[in-house]
Design a protein around this ligand. Sequence first.
Ligand code: F6P
Length: 359
Amino acid sequence: MRIAISTGGGDAPGLNAVIRAVVLSALQRGWEVLGIQRGFGGLLGDAQVVPVTRETVRGITHLGGTILGTTNRGNPFAWPVTRPDGVVEEVDRSDEVLDGFRQLTLDAMIVVGGDGTLQIGKRLGEKGLPLVGVPKTIDNDVRGTVITFGFDTAVNTATDAIDKLHSTAESHQRVFVVEVMGRHAGWIALNSGLAGTADVILLPEIPFDIERVCDKIRQREADGRRFSIVVAAEGATPVGGELVFQQGTAPGRVARLGGIGERVADQIEARTGKETRSVVLGHLQRGGSPTTFDRLLALRFGAAAVRAVEAGQFGQMVALDPPHIVTVPLEEALHGHSGVPLDHDSIQTARDLGISLGD
Ligand code: F6P
């Protein structure tokens, strides 16, 4: 057997652990492994295809990032091509991916990615590419698995930041708004806000009323708690309001979520008179060494993906269904929104603890 592995989409702590587990499990079976660099780019001449050996994956379990590189601008079905007149067009290069796969005489491919990359994988599978998916993302927004690797590390990073902001907020009697990642899912905000003892948590799943947020801060002030911590998911919106995107003017720049924290901070200061600062944690949440939980999940996912290839379970994704690692059809995993369900006990826990969700 000759298999390939690629990592696509935004990086997440644990990618290298998956790569190591895939490579060692494959070599154990006498298989050969090629690494497709930068998502599918290596099959499209945009990056390289390299042999991945025992030597390559030595000592990488604890390292953040991905030794194969990645991109979240590498959809072969909508590949950006700049025409001679400077206009950027999207071209379908998916047939070239299949050609590249056949030319390398590969038997199967393991694709590690979030919903975007897995969606591409599903479509390539429908075109005949024998593929197994491994779900990754710090956002935890892939259905079909209880959790994705990378999420636990991101939550730890955010919790640590909230912990650190407490002392300065209290010393200066300020309000801090901490903006965390997560796209349209509030998992990072909810978990880090709960664990870090935030006073207000704003989730994309629950549109907020800024007056309710300010009420909570005023109530704390009246109780002699002269500082507050607000955790805002980057995808949070006010009732009837819209998502906030980062400003940027570079040509071809893709709209990126960001800025809700600063906006909320301005409004809190204007309405309560409390000095309010905002902090955007940004890509710090994607970096660093994976937690033990993420390492184990990633290693289990990687080994399970090789077993799935061995069993011919193509068009499937490995997933955590505690206590087991299972496989689920990519079709199922990519269906519908995977944010925090409104009846999730963590939402109720936050309310029971007196944390405002801004509603
Ligand atoms: O999906 C992971 C993620 O980090 C999101 O939380 C965030 O919105 C996005 O990627 C940022 O993407 P980029 O790396 O392109 O800025």
